[in-house]
Design a protein around this ligand. Sequence first.
Ligand code: ZN
Length: 363
Amino acid sequence: MINPAITRDLVLAMPKTDLHCHLDGSLRLSTILDLAKEQGITLTAHDEEGLARAIHMGEICDDLVDYLKAFGVTLSVLQEDWALERVAYELIADAHADGVRYLEIRYCPVLHLDKGMRDTQVVEAVLSGMERGQREFGVDSGLIICGLRNIDPPTSLRLARLAVSFKDRGVVGFDLAGAELDHPAKDHVEAFYLIRNNNIACTLHAGEAAGAQSIHEAIHYCGAHRIGHGVRLVEDGSLLNYVNDRRIPIEICLKSNVQTRAVDDVSQHPLRLYYDAGLRLAISTDNRLITDTTVTDEYLLAASTFGFDFTALKRLTVQGFKSAFLPYRKKKAMLREVTDILDEMGGAPVAQLDEQFQTRRPS
Ligand SMILES: [Zn+2]
């Protein structure tokens, strides 16, 4: 079948996943202002424009640590259960408007305890917003609890316990986020033992602000089932082959990687190399607000930078679904559903896409 020209409308209409999306980095500007007003919180900016500047929305930051500062603003208005419920619901709505069929939302519950909420209340509030969104928009979703590298390991263990207590009740995985450099994942290994001993999936941010060794640690100490970013996997061919052979998905967040200076320029990102090597990839947003992006934007950027045609975008979309922390049967059913839609749209049939042995197509 002929590849249709890649347009925004076409990419928007593709059923997609967003597997790496931080709740506290993906609010609407207008909602931050509303929530601040409703709670009597004084922000440094009083309109959307000023607020966008204050959080460096879409701007290049000094590094990951500088980028993470914006979360101080968003977290200040997310200390009440109703506020969390609202932003989770709105995130599902925004994902729906972006053509996302399946969304995994992640956040760190202990960052929401300033006004006395209990750990469980923080999780229940978000799950309740997600359920409301799912009912209204038909977007399936799962929640990932994040430990943070720059917070002490006992807190990660406490968060892992929290994830275990919500297993099969909306929580689908555990993550390690936060400042990567000088905060090795292996310090948090106990949390990951607990997670894996309870048969829960895990992903770790790794190879974003530190080298391939950090990815090695995420996989071999913590048992990562997916890797967040993995930009620097390219530095270790042996590990890259291992990740490829084991089909460990990499959550790719192009715009965010430019913003945190994980890459100097989007054209320097190893996405094309990963794709040609046959790695399993999941194009994701990271932070819809702070990075000023959507999954549609990320696909368009990938296509324009690396010359992907529609068939290649289909392959990436299918890989997104394959990478999801979904029960196998549900994943199969969802893949069947999206395959029909994607094949209707054109390009090579999904059944013929063989991600393992893909080689660069002549352009
Ligand atoms: Zn992230």
